[in-house]
Design a protein around this ligand. Structure first.
Ligand SMILES: Cc1cc2nc3c(=O)[nH]c(=O)nc-3n(C[C@H](O)[C@H](O)[C@H](O)COP(=O)(O)OP(=O)(O)OC[C@H]3O[C@@H](n4cnc5c(N)ncnc54)[C@H](O)[C@@H]3O)c2cc1C
Length: 376
């Protein structure tokens, strides 16, 4: 009789946890190995596109996310100085009906915690940094810093933009530094001292922009993320700090809403923006990559985590009913089903033109990872 599949997932980020939840839904035994000793609540916002919400609904997370997140009337796009509206991408109930799910703005920590709540604690091993992988006839052997090992029938590398799994499978290759950096932070809206802001606006400057939105349903917390040129800063990390005075200077002359938000923000993180060309392959035998490990992108469409979440649903469909001998084929099918879409999103995101003018958004938000046809 065919033996049930056991899967090890490397990385308990957005894609790893979504995959664990989706695979368990299909009855597959999963263990997630995460390098961090504990989960930390990163101070960032995240836009959860309608296309991700369709996946999250099937994972049982819709009600929780609606309760914890902000439901914006639109993603507005305005000129940095005149405030002129360039394109107002209206969400709300009409878009929810059209695309089949809401568009939500969340605290990144809330989305991560929601995904973690969909995976039993005993399936997650914290403090496990993968350093080696060896495919043998008995399965894939994983080695971790500190000497621990594990064996699984198949492995999913969901270990993010600096993926060790990618380097082991296909060799190390440098990321593309865009020559631009992002400042970002979340802070209590009470610090705005009564100044009001739009629900969600991208303020388009000549060579820089800032996106500002609420991340809580009661408008109690504000998030912003910028993009601006700075060619010699190369730290790509969630923890690096920036200088809030430099940030304010860089956005002098922007609309009063922007000035008020930057005046109120207590401190900021700073991040070098990177992406990568589409990889030739994501899969090697019984090991595959998913999420930023194989298709990292600039944040300009707010689709990086969304793509990792879509990957999880499609991968779970490819693995449905598959035994250990079928894993390699299922992984190849997953790659073939997903690569065109993620490459198109990587390339579109890089141009930083999304929603700058009237934009066709159907191909992004109407996608349903549970029903889209799979490759042969
Ligand atoms: C400024 C900014 C704003 C963004 N805004 C949005 C947005 O609004 N909407 C959106 O959809 N996306 C957004 N993104 C993109 C999004 O953050 C990423 O695409 C998403 O986190 C990718 O998920 P992932 O699971 O592939 O990787 P990650 O979430 O990075 O998770 C990788 C996990 O693997 C672990 N790991 C790494 N190496 C190892 C190892 N060797 N062993 C074990 N564990 C390991 C890490 O600790 C981490 O937990 C933004 C990105 C940036 C930079």
């Amino acid at each position: 009789m065919a033996r049930a599949l056991s899967i090890a997932i490397v990385g308990a980020g957005m894609g790893g946890l979504a995959s664990a939840a989706a695979l368990r839904r299909g009855g597959i035994a999963v263990t997630v190995y995460e390098q961090a000793a504990q989960f930390t609540r990163l101070g960032a916002g995240i836009q959860i596109g309608c296309n991700a919400m369709k996946v999250l609904r099937e994972l049982g997370l819709e009600a929780k996310l609606r309760r914890q997140s902000f439901y914006p009337r639109s993603w507005n796009n305005r000129d940095w100085r005149t405030g002129e509206v360039k394109f107002d991408m209206v969400f709300g109930e009409a878009a929810e009906r059209k695309f089949g799910a809401p568009y939500l703005l969340a605290h990144r920590g809330d989305l991560h915690a929601a995904l973690a709540s969909a995976v039993p604690e005993e399936c997650i091993r914290l403090g496990h940094r993968l350093v080696g992988l060896d495919q043998t006839s008995d399965g894939v052997r994983l080695s971790f810093a500190g000497g621990a090992t594990a064996v699984a029938d198949a492995v999913i590398g969901a270990d993010g933009v600096h993926s060790a799994v990618k380097d082991i499978l296909f060799g190390a290759s440098p990321l593309n530094f865009t020559g631009r950096i992002a400042y970002r932070t979340t802070f209590p809206a009470a610090r705005l001292n009564g100044h009001t802001i739009d629900d969600c606006t991208k303020w388009w400057g000549e060579d820089r922009h800032i996106v500002i939105y609420y991340v809580k349903p009661d408008r109690s917390e504000v998030y912003f993320v910028t993009s601006q040129p700075e060619s010699d800063f190369r730290i790509e990390s969630w923890s690096a700090k920036g200088d809030v005075r430099e940030l304010r200077k860089a956005f002098e002359g922007f609309d009063r809403q922007v000035e008020n938000v930057l005046a109120a923000c207590p401190d900021v993180h700073k991040w070098a923006l990177v992406d990568r060309e589409s990889l030739d392959r994501w899969t090697d035998g019984n090991v595959t990559l998913l999420g930023d490990a194989c298709h990292p992108m600039t944040p300009y469409m707010a689709q990086g985590a969304v793509m990792a979440i879509e990957d999880a649903a499609v991968l779970s469909r490819c693995l449905d009913g598959v035994d250990r001998d079928g894993a390699a084929n299922a992984f190849r099918r997953f790659e073939a089903s997903r690569k065109d879409r993620t490459t198109r999103i990587q390339q579109t995101s890089r141009t930083n033109t999304w929603l700058k003018d009237k934009t066709d958004t159907d191909w992004v938000y109407a996608y349903d990872a549970w029903t889209v046809p799979l490759a042969a």
